[in-house]
Ligand binder design. Structure first.
Ligand code: XMP
Length: 319
């Protein structure tokens, strides 16, 4: 097994050789892979790299600002950083759409359009950087016969961007090696240890139509859930944990009044490969604290459910 410091050093040198005085463009999602790829490139070619961060308005609470804090002007890296707040565009496209695959398709396509527009403004580049990792390489080679969910990876290939070559500095690494490289590169822990987050983001954690109001509800509920899990220190064995929003409203009572509000669902799974997963047995006191906080702090929610289902037959995400 190779050492990460030598991987980082060797890769930075190779990228420097390869790219020379050329220009590179990277779609930054804020996830681990694209962040590590971007930092490797910044070490190799500095501001010859431009990172485009498309904020589709379907990120977790504060996530956009966290990415900007690391890669933006006052951040730690020597890169050109462009943040595009495309929230309204995505919400407009998603208006009235309830079918999961259609939602994924719209988000994926709109992402590429927004990225292409930004790339056109930046002008021709020599290299397009992709945060592809080894499992992605294998998976796309398998040619799965039945598509259960069409995966959209932020950074999927745009058709109308002018570049000569693709660089994929992580294509031989597994996830834990990518994280190790990220640590070696001094990327903050909260980025390196970030749990997997799907390209279509909260769009597929809201069952049915996506609206600004529902995104806000999920963001707040999810932030509370993550905060309480961190406080309890139980995140270690959890492959993924998040709040999602059902499209079910039910009757509740608050003070003297009747409410008719949404139900939030909490999910937490243990998994080694994300192909199968078990529902995690979270401590009741944690679930209970999260529930109390969500119904008290998040408007529009009067019920909190815990998802006890394994994958299969469920999937990890709700859509
Ligand atoms: P499922 O829901 O299929 O998810 O059990 C398995 C893993 O894949 C992630 N996931 C996605 N990741 N784009 C991504 O980049 C997607 O469209 C997507 N859909 C699911 C999910 O978060 C879990 O880690």
């Amino acid at each position: 097994k190779w050492r990460m410091d030598s991987f980082v050093q060797k890769t930075v040198e190779e990228l420097h050789q390869k790219i020379g005085t050329g220009r590179a463009l990277c779609a930054l999602s804020g996830g681990v892979d694209s962040s590590v790829a971007a930092v490797l490139l910044s070490k190799a070619i500095g501001s010859q790299l431009t990172c485009v961060f498309v904020d589709h308005g379907l990120l977790r609470k504060n996530e956009g600002d966290e990415v900007e804090a690391v890669f933006g002007k006052s951040g730690t890296y020597d890169v050109n950083f462009v943040r595009i707040n495309a929230r309204d565009r995505f919400y407009a496209k998603l208006k009235g759409i309830t079918e999961p695959e259609q939602k994924r398709k719209i988000i994926g396509e709109e992402f590429i359009r927004v990225f292409e527009e930004a790339a056109r403004e930046i002008g021709a580049v020599d290299f397009l950087v992709q945060g592809t990792i080894y499992p992605d390489v294998i998976e796309s080679g398998l040619g799965k016969s039945a598509v259960i969910k069409s995966h959209h990876n932020v950074g999927g290939l745009p058709d109308h961007v002018d570049f000569k070559e693709i660089v994929e500095p992580l294509r031989l690494l597994f996830k834990d090696e990518v994280r190790a490289a990220g640590r070696e590169l001094g990327i903050p822990d909260y980025l390196v240890d970030r749990q997997p987050f799907p390209g279509p983001g909260l769009g597929i954690r809201i069952i049915g139509e996506v609206t600004a109001e529902k995104v806000h509800i999920v963001q707040e509920a999810d932030a509370i859930y993550r905060e309480e899990i961190a406080k309890a220190g139980i995140q270690k064995n959890l492959g993924q944990y998040f709040a999602a929003l059902t499209n079910m409203r039910s009757v509740g009572v608050m003070g003297d009044g009747r409410t008719y509000d949404y139900a939030v669902v909490l999910r937490a799974v243990e998994t080694s490969d994300f192909m199968t997963a078990e529902a995690a047995q979270l401590p009741w006191d944690v679930l209970s604290r999260v529930t109390t906080r969500i119904v008290n702090e998040v408007r529009g929610v009067n019920r909190v459910l815990y998802d006890c289902t394994a994958k299969p037959p469920s999937t990890i995400e709700l859509e």
